[in-house]
Every structure is written in C-alpha cells, then in structure tokens.
Design a protein around this ligand. Sequence first.
Ligand code: NAG
Ligand code: NAG
Length: 492
Amino acid sequence: MKALLLLFLCVSASWAQDDLQYDDYDLDAKASNATSPGTSLDARAHRPTTGRETYSSSRNPPPPISGGSRYRGRPTPAPVGGRREQEKVEQPEAGGCTHASEAMGVLCPTGCELKTMMVKQERNVKMAINQLKPDVQELSSSTNNVYNYVHSMSNSLRERQRVFTGNSRVMGQYTDQVEEQHAYIKETVDTIFPSNLRVLQGVLDKIRLKIQKLEKAIQSQKDQCKDPCITTCPIPVVSGKECEDIYRRGGRDSQMYIIQPDSFSPPYKVFCDQTTNNGGWALVQNRLDGSVDFGRRWDEYRRGFGNIAFSSEKGFCETPGEYWLGNDRISHLTKMGPTEVLIEMQDWTGAKVHAQYRQFTIQSETSNYMLAVDGYSGNAGNCFLEGALELFGVNRTMTIHNGMMFSTHDRDNDNWNPGDPSKQCSREDGGGWWYNRCHSANPNGRYYMGGSYTSQMSKHGTDDGMVWMNWKGSWYSLKAISMKIRPYIASR
Ligand SMILES: *[C@@H]1O[C@H](CO)[C@@H](O)[C@H](O)[C@H]1NC(C)=O
Ligand SMILES: *[C@@H]1O[C@H](CO)[C@@H](O)[C@H](O)[C@H]1NC(C)=O
C-alpha cells in the first residue's frame, strides 16, 4: 500500500509539472523506430547525415580563459450370413401297364396305347418340366434372394429401431442434462451472480475511496510543492566571493555557503567542496538520486534550479542536493579568471571515475553560454574535446561539446539542422546542455534507476540517460555525476 502510494506520488509529481514538461510537445518524435540497444552501437548520440545534407561543425569558440590566476597557490596535502436349400423335383415313375387299382384289373390294349401315349406325353411334359426347371430354379433362387433381401431388410429395420430407441434414450438423457444445467445456470444467474456483483461492487467502492484519498494526498503534496524548497539549516558565518575565497578565509568544511562574486550581483547559495583535491570547488551541477527534474526551460537553466543542500544529522547543510547552479552564475564565475572543472561520476556498482579540464569558460547569455574547455586529464574519457570514441569520422565530430552553445527544449542552439523544430537534441535527449548533434556526454539527461536502459524505455528512442559515453556507452545511465569549478592555479 505504501509502495502504491509512493507510485501515485511519483506519477503525480510528474503531472504536477505538466506544462513545464519539455517532452510533452509531441510523441510523434518517437515514430522513429527504437533500435535495440547494447550490443551493436546504435546510439542515437549522433544524428547521421542523410542524402545531400552535410554537417559542418564550424563554430569558432573563443578559447577558454587561461593564464595567470588571481590567486596565489596554496600548499596542498594529497587527498529473468442363407443357406440355399436345393428343392427336390420329384421324378414321375416310369410305369408298367397295370391299373393303379387292382379291382380294375389289367388294362386293355387300348388302355395300353393310351398308356403309351400317356408315356409319350409324359415325356413331353417331362421335357417341358425339365425346361421349366431352370426357370423354377431361377425363380426359386430369386425368391431366395427376395427372401434374403426381406430378411436383411427386417434386420436392418430392427437395427434401426434399436438405434432409434437408443437415440431417444440418449436424447432423453441429454434433455435431462440440459434441464439440469439450465436449472444450475438459472440459479447461478439468480443468486450467485448478484452476490458476486455485490462483492465486486464493494471492492470497487473501496478502490474508489482509496483513489479519493490518494487524490487528496496528491493535491496536498502539490500545494506543498508550489513553494520552492527552503533550506532550514544554518548558514555558515564564513562567506566570500567564491569557494576558493571561503577556503582561504577558513571555511574548510564541505557544505552550503553564501557567495557573492562581485558587489554588482546579489549573493547566492552554493555548495562548496572543500575536501576533494584540496577543496575550493563550487558545485555547479549535481545528480545523485533523480529527485530533481532536469528537463527544464531556458529560463530555469539560466537562473538555476534544484536543492543546494540538506542537513542530515550534523545540523548544517553538509549534504549537497540535486541542482544546476544557473548559467548566468556559472558563466560569471568562469569569466572571473582561469577556471578548472572537475566532473566526477559513479556507476551503479559504486565505481568512480572523473574527467578534469584545466580550462573551462562559459560565455554569457548573449553568446548562448558557449562552452570552451581545454587541458583534459582523468580516467572517464575526454568527451568534451574528442567526442564519443566508439563513433568515427564526422559521426564522432558530431558529439564533441567544446565550442557548443547551450540548448534547452525551448531554445535550440544545437548543430542538428538549426531551425528545424523536429530536430532538436534537447527535446530528445532529456535536459539542457551544450548539445552538438548531439552528445557524447549528457550529465543533465534523464535519471534511470539501475544503470542499463533501452531505447524502448527512453521517451524518444534516444540515449537520453545520464550518459558519459567514453566510460559506459550510450545505454548506461550513471548513478551520480557532478561538476565543480574553481579558479585554476598552476602551482596547485
Ligand atoms: C518498427 O519496427 C517494427 C518491427 O521491428 C515494425 O513492424 C514497425 O513497422 C516499425 N515502425 C517504424 C515506424 O519503423
Ligand atoms: C555514421 O553513422 C551512420 C549511421 O549511424 C553510418 O551509416 C555511417 O557509416 C557512419 N559514418 C562513419 C564515418 O562511421
């Protein structure tokens, strides 16, 4: 139940941002078939050219600010079948000439002649009889046939009667069964259904109630979320122009501080990392749990968003939140003098790597916050200057970030068919960034739990995760990533 509530809250949280959602603009963009990720390289990190279209990366970024620092160095410590009866034909006796009756005595000669005649006639008769015999036989046999036929007819009639009675018996049985079933169904329909319906109705009512409660909870959460998160932990006494300055003034704990780079702009909060590599770092970007949505508009990226820091136990803001310091502030800080950037990242097994650039300058908004870096060192891979090493030729060039202007879903300054609203890196890849066409590094991308994700999971079939291609490829979204800057001091 708790998990369900949480799920609803998460869903509502994303609803709550409705019109701010950068990827609501259409789902047609997803029509491009998502290709299976992983094995072969099919990152949509780059957007290959088609037909006559050519790609030109020509931009002439001003080089990053280099040279001497405004600070002097400080000492450092290291740190799933019929028988046919033959009828007997009686042969007529061959006769003597005597009368059949003894009292009549012997026959007279005439009688004998008569007898002779009779015998002759008898012969004729015999012949006729003999002639008739076959006929009789034939008749007899055909009678037999008829008899047999009749016999078999009556057999088959009996058989049919038997089958018929059998059938009526079976029919009777069926009828009985049908009646039984009908009775059962009728009973079911009349009694059981209604009771089940009542039960279901009850369940439904309960669910309705729960939904109402959840809606209330969501509404109250929405109300609460209207106001920006207010940090309640105390602000340290030490402050300064920037984190390096604070360090030098004795602010040696990594926590939230207030800085004011110059007297023309108001002071603001920032998390200073005073421990990594001797400290002095101002955290400008931080991702660690996906709590803050990075799919934001130009204005939000300009001003900054998210939560600078929290207090867990220690009573001061020692835990950094997820945030983007703001392009104006980042630009301002990097233009004060040579600045270095440290990008630290962590995968879901806890492994950590980093990429560092000795020089890092962000131009002002009039130049769309163009990025210039130089002097790579580290073990994460040089995405900013070299692009994605798994890509070749112009495809790789398309993923270099150095010299790119900043783009958000509502402000397209990338190198992918400028002016074509259906071809905007920021809309497809999840966040505001120095997109080229499009990226090899996407630290402001969407936060995916667990690391590996697929094009089916992503909103537009593109590798929109928190990606650093030269370390984990396109289809692995990091667990954490942060960017921190500080004045570059050669001797450090
Ligand atoms: C996407 O791929 C499926 C199968 O892989 C195919 O049936 C479908 O037509 C494809 N859609 C587009 C828009 O290419
Ligand atoms: C660039 O990428 C496209 C598709 O991703 C591929 O067809 C093409 O061969 C690639 N070009 C180079 C030089 O690798």
